[in-house]
Design a protein around this ligand. Structure first.
Ligand SMILES: Cc1cc2nc3c(=O)[nH]c(=O)nc-3n(C[C@H](O)[C@H](O)[C@H](O)COP(=O)(O)O)c2cc1C
Length: 371
């Protein structure tokens, strides 16, 4: 951490503004337990991701245990980080506030997970269970804002956009079956328009019980963005598979010419967050509709410097070499080759295996070029 300075951090709202100026969505990579670690964040950042989330970190453990801090949140000692939002799981205002002050010097902002549907999390009133506790969520973000402010961080949202000490506080939510409850939730957590409690919000338009195989609820997204999108920047999480196949249109989203288009238009959406698809194709935001070999190389280079447990790195590579989430099902390795890849037992074998495959694999690179 030694050669790392606070001014390395750009305010997330500055990135929102820059994307808007470029007449495009802001591109973000999702919090993913196990997967959105430093080497992966660095990889997707090299391929056009503006803002990267860490996996959810349990605030209570983080506050109490030095080893939890060292293992849950790693940062680079070699130059600037990818702009990073640290996501916490918390249900006590003081826990979130304390954990946030610990990471503030090393991140661009903090985020509260109000979307995790897993039963262990909900049983502990974490994740999606918080969607029934809007006052508690509001109190958590307010307490965090106050603690960061007391520690000298710039938490004035747009007013601190150019302040090197400016930090954001955000929430990631799901929707309720009855959308009026989601409207009430956002209204409470957002607070007064002239001094809102959160910098931005990420909406995953599925309910706590909707499986990820069911498409996102675009109508709910349209209603929420038209109600709140001018008051607070909104990101959508869910089904961002490729830039050219988004399940909605927007004045700033590319629509393939000549398509019969019955997709709903979402004018007040600020940006995109990808999880499963960017795991398979870290180059998604660079316009690739299937993972190129160069992204695998970039990832392996990062892993060598910011190591991951071997099995985890191997799983990442296997995902990248598979058919991906978008309509282009070109894969760098076929099923049999991916099974063989999973039999490698160490990094040297894995790299040798990939080198051997790629001697004949260049042919496949050309079929997945940016669109
Ligand atoms: C492996 C995995 C781990 C996830 N971990 C988290 C997490 O730590 N925090 C969170 O808010 N969401 C988490 N999610 C949910 C994603 O961030 C995202 O909201 C969801 O997968 C929908 O996006 P997608 O359609 O792009 O996958 C996770 C999803 C996956 C697939």
């Amino acid at each position: 951490m030694t050669d790392f300075v606070e001014s390395d951090h750009v305010h997330p709202l500055k990135l929102f503004e820059a994307a808007k100026d470029q007449k495009r969505f802001i591109y973000t990579s999702a919090p993913m337990v196990r997967y959105s670690k430093l080497a992966f964040r660095q990889t997707v950042h090299e391929y056009g991701t503006d803002l990267c989330w860490t996996p959810m970190i349990l605030a209570k453990e983080f506050n109490r245990n030095r080893f939890a801090r060292d293992s849950d949140f790693t940062l680079s000692t070699r130059g600037p980080q990818p702009p990073t939002i640290v996501q916490f799981g918390a249900n006590v205002p003081l826990e979130l506030a304390r954990a946030s002050t610990l990471v503030a010097p090393y991140s661009s902002g903090v985020d509260l997970n109000c979307g995790c549907p897993q039963s262990w999390a909900c049983a502990e009133t974490l994740g999606a269970a918080l969607m029934e506790k809007r006052e508690l969520v509001r109190d958590m973000v307010l307490e965090t804002r106050e603690h960061l402010r007391r520690d000298g961080w710039g938490v004035g949202k747009d007013k601190d956009i150019d302040n090197p000490k400016g930090r954001s506080i955000s929430v990631k939510i799901r929707v309720h079956k009855d959308l009026r409850k989601t409207m009430d939730f956002i209204t409470t957590v957002l607070g007064p328009e002239q001094d809102r409690h959160i910098d931005f919000v990420t909406i995953h338009p599925r309910t706590r019980s909707t499986p990820s195989s069911i498409p996102i609820n675009v109508e709910a997204l349209e209603i929420l963005t038209s109600t709140f999108g001018k008051k607070v920047p909104i990101l959508v999480s869910g089904d961002v598979f490729t830039l050219s196949t988004l399940p909605y249109t927007s004045p700033i989203a590319p629509v393939p010419a000549g398509d019969k288009d019955d997709r709903i238009n979402i004018p007040n959406l600020a940006g995109l967050m990808s999880a499963r698809a960017i795991l398979c194709n870290p180059a998604l935001y660079a316009g690739y509709d299937a993972c190129p070999w160069s992204a695998v190389d970039t990832f392996l280079n990062k892993v060598v410097r910011c190591s991951l447990p071997f099995k985890l790195a191997q799983h990442h590579v296997s995902e990248m070499c598979g058919p991906g989430m978008g309509p282009n099902k070109t894969a760098l390795l076929n099923k049999k080759e991916r099974s063989a890849l999973m039999e490698c037992t160490n990094m040297v074998d894995l790299i040798d295996f990939l080198d051997a495959k790629r001697e004949g694999g260049v042919r496949r690179e050309s079929t997945s070029s940016p669109n």
